[in-house]
Design a protein around this ligand. Structure first.
Ligand code: HEM
Length: 311
């Protein structure tokens, strides 16, 4: 038989060409590089309809853990919105700490009283961080099963790599340390020492800036930039907007990926800049407290574990 006639050939090659797409969430979630495709992919690929006898759909733990990690971040985004308003936007508008502190006191019950603090801040943060760690452990176990096998020796298993830590994840770990330290100084220490953090507001922060300017500028600068960069890249990832989530070959794809990178970093820079303008520029310049309030604040700074002895 000779080569196919032009017509036959065009029939064979006119088959619809599809971009590679994942088939189920187990496959998607366990690529050897530990990367996860975008959630917009999952929207396009119908989920397999498997029901267990308990009525639960037969999704893998990755399905549930990723959703816990995602939806928990929505809860503390609400808190973050209230927080940037109180600590930056209002100070930028009023240019007065006592006036801004009034607004802070007004909204505080909605994120500090029981059960709001637990529901809006503590539980979602714990779920967000722990689900990320659980995903990491689960993916690693899957990779060990696939590449080393159940009967592998300990040293063989040790050679199987852990899922890569993405830039966003690394910023997430740094945020955990910085947000934890910030919450300890502003909420934990006053609660432990005085039984309440009712007297803590923007004046406490401005007093800290006046007494320990280098530590405060470096600490708050790092806290705001790292947490904002993590949150903005994280939100982009949930929506399938990161450069890595654009599956388009060639020069056009390259240009679009670059554009995404600049837009995401531009948004993060604008948001972090705005937060710092009010937080460092207005609150940070408010000056030291006086009298017994100043002595009370100094005493709280000295009670901070580990660092307090040098303050
Ligand atoms: C504004 C809200 C936030 C969003 C949208 C968000 C989103 C994300 C996303 C998408 C990931 C997965 C990154 C990846 O797999 O490449 C992640 C991981 C992580 N996030 Fe967040 N996040 C937010 C806020 C925070 C905060 C405030 C903290 C800490 C106090 C935090 C701590 C972490 C940690 C530790 C990880 C890494 C978990 C791991 O990879 O094992 N996140 N976040």
């Amino acid at each position: 038989m000779g080569p196919p006639a032009p017509d036959a050939a065009s029939e064979v090659f006119s088959l619809l060409e599809l971009d590679p797409a994942p088939v189920d969430d187990d496959f998607r979630s366990t690529r050897a590089d530990g990367a996860r495709p975008s959630s917009s992919w999952s929207a396009k690929v119908p989920a397999p309809s498997r029901m267990s006898s308990l009525g639960l759909s037969g999704h893998s733990p990755v399905f549930y853990l990723t959703r816990i990690q995602k939806y928990s971040s929505y809860a503390f985004t609400l808190f973050a919105a209230a927080h940037i308003t109180n600590t930056s936007l209002i100070p930028l508008t009023t240019r007065s700490l006592p006036a801004s502190d009034t607004y802070l006191l007004l909204t505080r019950p909605y994120y500090q009283d029981f059960p709001f603090e637990q529901l809006l801040v503590i539980a979602p943060l714990a779920l967000h961080i722990l689900s990320g760690l659980a995903l990491r452990l689960y993916r690693r176990r899957q990779t060990v099963r696939r590449y080393a096998g159940e009967a592998s020796t300990r040293s063989e298993r040790r050679r199987v790599p852990w899922p890569a830590v993405s830039g966003t994840s690394a910023l997430g770990f740094a945020s955990t340390a910085l947000v934890g330290g910030h919450a300890l100084v502003n909420r934990g220490v006053p609660l432990l020492v005085e039984g309440s953090s009712a007297g803590i507001g923007l004046e406490y922060v401005s007093h800290g800036f006046a007494r320990h300017p280098v530590l405060s500028f470096v600490g708050f600068g790092a806290l705001v930039s790292v947490a904002v960069w993590h949150g903005v890249w994280g939100a982009a990832k949930w929506n399938g907007w990161t450069p890595a989530q654009l599956v388009r070959p060639g020069y056009e794809g390259e240009i679009r990926r670059k554009r995404r990178w600049y837009v995401i970093n531009g948004i993060a820079a604008a948001l972090a800049g705005l937060w710092m303008a009010g937080g460092l520029g207005v609150v940070g310049q408010g000056g030291a407290a006086t009298g017994w309030v100043a002595r009370d604040y100094d005493n709280l700074f000295k009670s901070i574990p580990l660092v307090g002895q040098w303050l």
